[in-house]
Design a protein around this ligand. Structure first.
Ligand SMILES: Nc1ncnc2c1ncn2[C@@H]1O[C@H](COP(=O)(O)OP(=O)(O)O)[C@@H](O)[C@H]1O
Ligand SMILES: [Mg+2]
Length: 555
């Protein structure tokens, strides 16, 4: 038989236009959703770039949608200056579009990202439309921020403080690291959570892709619907896998052989490997357990993996959002496709990861997530009060703190503000708990952290051992330590001083707590306490003076 040499499948390159299938919900959210800051989160090769390109194509060709799009590939920018260049390149790539709105790209200074951005924004506003920034490979921001601390705050001001811009960041879960860095970088991500997950296609979308239904009939591949369905099933509707398996099938004319050859494909396993490595230990163990048994109930998994470290529910939810697992009937879960299973089988014996390697901040947030997910399932009306919540969360964290910090190594530091921030980000992202906003959570987080840390610092003999083990923002001016690194002893002193301040001025003490232990900004504190920023600023200054004096006296 002479099969037409038409292979419509695309393996590896992003797709758009008639080659683009599905993603209806995500498109609607990006184009018409409430939020102006969207974080598109997914594993490698799940279709992030394709979705951004599709959005660019749709909005550029239909001005009535109200946007002027800019696709900005951040990849490869390892120095802040290179980020500026990548922005300029992005403008050059769509130069005509910018000429249409009155921006001459060649007249812009490639070295001044923020100036260019401001000009582009102004021009776009003049057309009555909004700038739609589509940022691909946003992980680059992690290293860039490490090199220039002012970068993210500036970018945030340029894009998040105005309704003239809508911004979409596409990345893998590695971008969470921004939240683990020092507290001042975290607010950048806050505006973007909860993330918009990009996982597999729906069954219908997947089938349309394999059958290439956007093509005219005569150009479609010769493929029986029944075979196409089998391909969808084997791939768990994963768009990249669908393309590869369908292409192989057309080449080999035998589905089993096609699937086997994709199983052995090194590129495919490479991507699984990269994605797997980004998961938390709990998530990796869950996948291994599922790899061994296929499908399992939540209870099975609980007994296999153990929930001691917390986070089973949160972890499963995240694995589902990322397209690693699917829920089946009867509260069971299974791996999303057989390729993952084959890959897991090839992994060899379980990694011998140390159970306690200093402080694992994800364990804290996993525990939180688990608690919150459970609380969410409480019957209507029996919702816990913030105080009850706080107590439960505190109890769990205290246990964790003992386990992790009990074996603390010399030179190991803990950043409570980063922890609270990260816990927050993961919580809103995973548990979908309806917090009364971020400040509410942070205010609780501050109290909780303070208690956990102090109790730990007071633990047997610790205060005497000393050692800088804790990093608290702003504390450097109180103790003249570099980077605010405190010993247990200093932390206890600080706590006593705050306690004494409470007796003098309760509000000032509360402000100190919120600033030191949750890293809240003046604005956030003002909002939370329902007072003006000016009040917070003057209270904060007075409180610091008071503390400085008090701590001097003690020394
Ligand atoms: N919406 C889609 N429609 C059709 N194919 C897709 C779609 N999304 C992804 N793909 C397939 O997945 C591959 C990877 O897509 P890409 O957008 O590069 O992923 P990512 O940016 O997440 O790594 C593409 O080559 C294509 O085969
Ligand atoms: Mg990509």
């Amino acid at each position: 038989m002479n099969r037409p040499q038409l292979l419509p499948y695309v393996v590896g390159q992003w797709v758009r236009g008639e080659r683009f299938y599905g993603r209806r919900t995500q498109l609607a959210e990006i184009l018409d959703g409430q939020r102006d800051s969207v974080w598109l989160l997914g594993t490698r090769r799940i279709g992030k770039t394709s979705l951004l390109k599709q959005v660019e194509w749709l909005t550029a060709s239909s001005p009535e949608r109200g946007y002027v799009p800019l696709f900005w590939d951040m990849q490869g920018a390892t120095e802040p200056g290179e980020l500026h260049l990548s922005f300029h390149d992005a403008l050059l790539d769509s130069e005509e579009r910018w000429a249409d709105v009155g921006v001459s790209v060649s007249s812009l200074d490639p070295a001044d990202l923020f100036d260019s951005l401001a000009r582009v924004r102004r021009r776009v506003r003049g057309t009555g439309r909004r700038l739609l920034l589509l940022c691909d490979e946003a992980e680059e921001l992690i290293d860039l921020q490490g090199k220039d601390r002012s970068l993210l705050p500036k970018l945030r001001r340029a894009v998040q403080s105005t309704a003239e811009v809508r911004i979409v960041l596409a990345s893998t879960i590695r971008l969470w690291r921004l939240a683990e860095q020092s507290s001042d970088t975290s607010p950048f991500l806050h505006g973007f959570t909860p993330a918009l997950y990009l996982a597999t296609l729906t069954g219908e979308e997947a089938l349309a892709l394999v059958l290439q239904e956007h093509q005219p009939r005569e150009a479609r591949p010769a493929l029986l619907r029944e075979v196409a369905q089998k391909i969808c099933h084997a791939c768990g509707n994963h768009p990249y896998l669908l393309h590869i398996v369908a292409k192989k099938y057309l080449e080999l004319d035998d589905l089993e052989q096609a699937i086997d050859s994709v199983r052995a494909d090194r590129m495919v396993s490479h991507f699984f490997g990269v994605d797997f490595a980004m998961l938390t230990r709990m998530e990796r163990e869950l996948l291994r357990a599922l790899g061994a048994v296929g499908a399992a109930s939540r209870e099975d998994l609980e007994s296999r993996v153990g929930t001691e470290e917390g986070g089973l529910n949160g972890s499963l939810l995240r694995l589902e959002n990322l397209g690693f697992v699917v829920r089946t009937g009867g509260r069971r879960v299974r791996l999303a496709n057989d390729f993952i299973r084959t890959w897991l089988e090839g992994l060899g014996p379980r990694e011998s990861e140390p159970r306690s390697s200093g402080l694992d901040s994800t364990a804290f947030s996993q525990k939180l997530t688990e608690i919150m997910t459970e609380l969410q399932r409480l019957p209507e009306g029996s919702a816990a009060s913030p105080e009850e919540l706080l107590d439960r969360v505190y109890e769990e964290l205290r246990k964790l703190a003992h386990r992790y910090m009990g074996r603390e190594r010399l030179g190991h530091t803990l950043q409570p503000t980063a922890l609270v921030h990260e816990a927050y980000l993961r919580l809103v992202d995973q548990s979908r708990v309806d917090w009364q906003g971020r400040t509410h959570f942070f205010a609780m987080g501050a109290k909780m952290m303070r208690r956990v840390l102090i109790d730990h610092a007071r633990g047997r003999g610790r205060a005497k051992r000393g050692g800088d083990w804790l990093q608290i923002s702003w504390a450097e001016e109180l103790f003249a330590n570099p980077q605010g690194l405190l010993s247990s002893e200093q932390l206890i002193d600080l706590d006593r001083a705050i306690e004494a301040l409470t007796a003098v001025d309760q509000r000032q003490a509360r402000i100190v707590e919120l600033r030191y232990f949750a890293g809240m900004t003046v604005e956030e504190v003002a909002q939370f306490l329902g007072v003006s920023k000016r009040t917070v600023e003057s209270d904060w200054a007075a409180a610091r003076d008071w503390l400085k004096e008090r701590l001097q006296v003690q020394r």
